[in-house]
Design a protein around this ligand. Structure first.
Ligand SMILES: [Zn+2]
Length: 141
């Protein structure tokens, strides 16, 4: 049974328990809303562990958004040295925020499951796939 590193599993939004099944059923960017699997297609782990569980990911999303906005301000100032007009900052920060919102949505949930769950989700590399699991089920296209 091959082990999957935590960094790889987080980057690819894999289930925290088996690190093989995808948390999301479709890709991050596209002309559709992101669809999260209710449970892991590989091991059956239920992602929403209690009602309202993913409300907490809003705080992680907020932290990601603030970090991105600060990085955007630093980048804008570094390239333009603009200190006279706030409009350049306002429009670019709003643009960065909108463009990265699917990223924040996805990785705030990943961070919640991997880092912010009080009891934690233990990694079980020995878990066997469900009989319903197919290799390409829920794979990113
Ligand atoms: Zn799983």
């Amino acid at each position: 049974m091959e082990k999957v590193s935590k960094a790889y599993a987080m980057a690819h939004a894999k289930c925290p328990r088996c690190r093989k099944g995808n948390m999301f059923a479709n890709s991050m960017y596209g002309f559709h809303t992101q669809k999260m699997n209710k449970s892991c297609p590989y091991c059956g782990f239920v992602f929403e562990q209690e009602p309202g569980y993913f409300y907490v990911s809003m705080f992680a999303s907020y932290a990601l958004n603030v970090a991105e906005m600060v990085a955007a301000v630093i980048a804008i100032y570094t390239f333009t040295h603009n200190t006279s007009s706030p409009w350049l900052y306002i429009f670019l920060i709003l643009g960065v925020s909108v463009i990265l919102s699917p990223f924040n949505f996805r990785y705030s949930r990943v961070m919640l499951l991997y880092w912010l769950t009080p009891r934690g989700v233990k990694y079980h590399p020995e878990i066997k796939p469900l009989p319903t699991y197919h290799q390409n089920e829920g794979q990113l296209k």
